[in-house]
Design a binder for this molecule. Structure first.
Ligand SMILES: *Cc1c(COP(=O)(O)O)cnc(C)c1O
Length: 400
């Protein structure tokens, strides 16, 4: 099918939640490269919004999936699932969690985290502990509870009344958080690098103070690692950068390397809040999705992918900082590992994004002034050089 026909079909039959999409349809991928319906090649510097950590068509992942597809797709969680148990083991071995539950998406993993925080106190007969504090400009998902958790009114307005029990405080303002804590506070939930609102890492000192406060007051600390987890920031999990040990954290995006899967991960004492019948899922952690997760962990360990994310991420950030010195239109470069944002002093992000697409580079934009980079974690320094050269050439055309 050609692009025009696909666009026509979409306009006729698909709900208009994504508006006018970028007029491209990718049909094939290999490594960090994507190919569209017209055969044009692109370097993928967005990875399907931080999902395709291994790039496209990675042999470890595709082989594991082919093998699993030929064997068995789904059984339901009424029966034991080998891959599910093994993937849970991988996450626990490499993290501060003791127990894992699999869902199908990020929002669903966060729903599980919210339910777990509530039921943990309910089972301790502290039924008044129902409230959760989150941050302004956060993003936690699109289900009703996660929309209430998300600190951005634009996602909430049409869906009132919102799920009660959430309040939002400005990021990096410890006093504001302290003031929001009440006897009803069950948990504080945060992204350590706010992704959807423009790649904004939280201050380390702030995060450590919040963790200490939670510890002192018996409040659960939930870290949303859906975007920051699985090596994106140069450590397997972003909380490692901050020296904290969350009670609960959630994963999704890169966990399946492109196959939908989410994970709710918790310390043993908290996880014990869920007893048989308290939570569930039909698809979550099925043999196929967990085969994908296992393959991602295998590739990570065989190819030092997290270390590559740290090294190449630092290299890319340094190159962007250099561009900032050269071009005053760049206001700030932010991020950790291969989760990077470039904020412009003017509303040129969409224009830069379009120009890069034209040159064969896929990047993201947040609003009108922030460029967002999240290439596959296998990206090389040479591929970064090529990207920087093209970005430089375009910035030179923006007159000041
Ligand atoms: C993407 C994202 C989500 C939502 O994940 P879905 O799979 O789209 O439901 C939640 N939290 C964060 C931090 C995210 O980046």
């Amino acid at each position: 099918m050609d692009l025009q026909a696909i666009m026509q079909l979409d306009a006729t039959y698909y709900m208009n939640t994504f508006g006018k999409r970028t007029p491209v349809c990718f049909t094939k991928g290999e490594g960090i490269y994507l190919y569209d319906t017209e055969g044009k090649k692109y370097a993928d510097f967005l990875a399907g919004i931080a999902v395709s950590a291994l790039g496209h068509g990675h042999k470890t992942l595709t082989k594991a999936l082919h093998e699993q597809v030929d064997k068995l797709l789904h059984t339901s969680s009424l029966y034991y699932i080998e891959n599910q148990a093994k993937l849970a083991e991988q996450i626990v071995t490499h993290s501060v969690a003791d127990k894992v539950f699999f869902a199908n998406s990020g929002a669903e993993a966060n729903e599980g985290a919210i339910k777990l925080a509530k039921i943990y106190f309910y089972k301790k007969n502290q039924t008044d502990k129902t409230d959760i504090i989150t941050l302004t400009n956060s993003f936690h998902g699109r289900t009703l509870a996660t929309v209430a958790a998300t600190g951005q009114p634009k996602y909430q307005k049409p869906y009132k009344p919102l799920t009660p029990g959430f309040c939002h405080v400005p990021a990096n303002d410890f006093e504001a958080l302290c003031a929001a804590v009440t006897d009803k506070t069950a948990a504080v939930m945060m992204e350590l690098v706010q992704g959807e609102s423009g790649v904004r890492p939280l201050d380390a000192e702030y995060v450590q103070k919040v963790a200490a406060l939670c510890e002192e007051k018996g409040i659960l600390l939930i870290v949303d690692e859906i975007q920051t987890g699985m090596g994106r920031t140069g450590k397997l999990f972003c909380y490692e950068h901050y020296g904290i040990r969350p009670d609960i954290f959630t994963l999704a995006k890169a966990l399946g390397g492109g196959v939908p899967i989410g994970a709710l991960c918790a310390k043993a004492e908290i996880a014990a809040g869920f007893e048989p019948g308290d939570h569930g899922t039909t698809f979550g952690g099925n043999p196929l999705a967990t085969a994908a997760g296992l393959a991602v962990f295998q590739a990570f360990s065989e190819e030092n992918i997290v270390q590559n994310s740290a090294e190449v991420g630092a290299y890319c950030k340094q190159a962007l900082e250099k561009l900032k010195d050269e071009f005053p239109v760049i206001k700030e470069v932010r991020g950790l590992g291969l989760m990077l944002g470039v904020e412009f002093a003017e509303p040129v992000a969409k224009q830069v994004q379009a120009a890069l697409l034209d040159k064969g580079f896929v990047v993201g934009a947040v609003g009108d002034s922030i460029l967002r980079l999240a290439p596959p974690l296998i990206v090389t320094k040479e591929q970064i050089d090529s990207f920087i050269n093209n970005l430089t050439a375009h910035l030179a055309t923006i007159t000041r």
